[in-house]
Each structure stands twice: as structure tokens, then as C-alpha cells.
Design a protein around this ligand. Sequence first.
Ligand SMILES: [Zn+2]
Length: 405
Amino acid sequence: MNDVQCYHVEWLVCSDQSRSDVTLQLRDGLVISIEPGRTADAIELGPVAMVEGLVNVHTHLEFSGLKEPIPTTGRFTDWIRNVVKYRRENPELTSAAISAGIEESWQSGTTIVGEIATVGWSAADYAKADFKGTIFQEVLGLSPERIQQQTKLAGSRLTGKSIYSRGISPHAPYSTHLDLVRQSVEISLRTNCPLAMHLAETKPEIELLGAGTGEFREMLIDFGIWSGTQFQTPLKPMDYLEVLAKAPRSLIIHGNYLDDTELKFLASQPQMTLVYCPRTHAAFGHSKHPWRRLMELGGQVAVGTDSRASNPDLSLFAELQFLAARHPDLSQRDLLQIGSRNGRLALGFEPHSGTRIPADFTLIRLADSARRSPYPELFDPANRVFGTMVNGRWVWLAPDLANQS
Ligand SMILES: [Zn+2]
């Protein structure tokens, strides 16, 4: 059994409770007591909020080596072509990029990651002590042969022991036949794993599904994977939602162009979560995102950074600051819920609730203005991440705190 650790903090903030001036006792990755005031053996962490750990439900760590995003201002398929080109030209960078991405996630306060892994990765890439997250094996293909091969791949990635949990990611409607999505759902039902799929991301995707035309058709022809028989029957994102709804849990990535009928359907499915990537959404200049509409309807929303191919960094904290600045009417509690609790639930991790509190925390140094609020303004632009704790261990601490703890 591990030793007990004690910390005094100005605030403890979880989605279902917030308390000021408390000492936490931690042992074996759990909070075992919360006492008012400071106990004699407590380490003083200063003017900070110890916050239910942030969860980045959607990223692709293989692109973490990019210094700046791939330009997002042209046609969407130009961006995809450049992403594919980068991956082809840099296959040897994958392991180092994953490692750098995990470090960057920790340094920006993220405790749990929803990661999409494609090819060329190994379990060793994620074998860092204290890495916590779900690795979704990406599958994609439009031809019957490819569907068979990718179904096998997904099945093989879900067996064996690992320290992280696993899932499957049918990539997107323009790259992944609906039959492969159905096969992925079958596997998820057999293995009780979650699914994640990019859906309704762009207007050209909606056009391809509805009419079989547009820039995606051109791209598929150029890639040599257009058979002429695909996309003959008009489809809508709803056709994919209905299939994904059968999985034990599914994450709908982006959903930028879901219509109101589709949002109402999502809201009626508590096992489904819409993943909003705010700064990536803004970088592509999409129409207004429907996340608030889904919240009004009672649906689940969680937040992701997407990758460094479309975002300048992997900071979930920065995503929440971005949202706080643009949605001042939304409470800090609601923002924390979509940035933490909803992500834990979507990925299948135990939430911080009731008496059992997992010791996954983001330590936020509060600016004076943020401290004056009865509930601290967690995502004030002057606040910064000061530490990240996963399973009761500090995976990162700001240098001035590291010596103390
Ligand atoms: Zn993505």
C-alpha cells in the first residue's frame, strides 16, 4: 500500500462539488478524505484550485511533432491531402510524436486522452507509467476486400493486456463504408469497447453522401479508390448515427453540420457523446457549431483539441479558456463538466462523484480576479496550469512547486 499524501489547496473543484480551504488526503490513486482547513502534515500548494482532471477526448498524437498546423484556409480536401502527404513522408516520427504529445498533454493539465491511432504504432509508444486514456484503432476503407482486412485489424487490436483502454474508430463517411462501421459496431458489442467516428464535419462531406459529387469525389478518384458504385444511394449523417447508436458507447467527432433532427436523435441516446473541438472548428471557419443546441436538448457534449495538424497545441485548458471568453453566459461549472466529467464518462472512466473520488486532478493557479469569485473563475485568461496528477501521482508540476512536493 502506498503512503498517504496530504495537500492543502485554496479550492477543490469537481463537477458535483466545490469547497474552499481544504486538505485532501490521497492514497492508492483515490481521495480518502477531505478536511476543512490545513492539517499539520499537509503540503501547501498555494492559491490554486485542485480541479477534477481535464479530459481531451479527441486527438491524434502522431501529429504532435508538427511545429505549426497544416494550413486550414483552403478546401478541406486540400488539408486532407496534405495530412496524408505528411504521414507518408514522416513514418519514422510516429513514436517520438506520440511521446511528445503525451508530455505536452500533461504539461497543459490533461489527465486522460482519447487518442486515434492509425498505422505504425506499438503498445510500447503508450507504455509510459501513468498514461491514462483510450486508444482507438482507426479503420477505414471503401472496398469489400479492405473492409474485411480492416475488420480483422480492429479485432486484433482489442485483444491482449494493456495499461490503457481500447476502442475502434471508423474514420469518416468519405473514407469508411457504412458496412465497415456496422462491423466495428459488432466488435464493440462483443468486446464492450467504445467507438469514435468523425461525422458531419464539412459541407462537402454532406454533398458526397447526398449526391456522390464534389471535392471528396475528386479526391477519392485521385487516390485511386473511387469505384463508381459508391455513394449511389443518398445517405445522411443520420444513417451513420443510427448504426453508431447500437454500440455500448460512441463518440461523434465534430458533428459540425448535424441538422436539428439528428441533434434530437443524439440527445435521446445517453450512450452517445458529441465531441466539439473549438479551436479546430474555428480554424476551418465552419458555420456555428451546434454544441449549445445539443446541451439545451439534454445531450452529452465533451471537448477535444484534435491534433496539431489543425491546432497550435494540445491544451484542453486552452480550449476551455477559448470557450469561456466566447460564452460568458455559460457557467464555469458547465464548462468544467464538458471538459472533464463528460469526457470521463464518454471514454468509460469512473467520474468524480459521491464519496469515491479518483485522484486525477488538474492544478490551476488562480489569478487574483479569479479567486474573488464565490466559485473560482477557472478558465480566466490569466490562470495557468500548475500541475497534473494521474492516479495519485504528479505527472507534471510547475518548476516552483516541484521542489516542495
Ligand atoms: Zn480528428
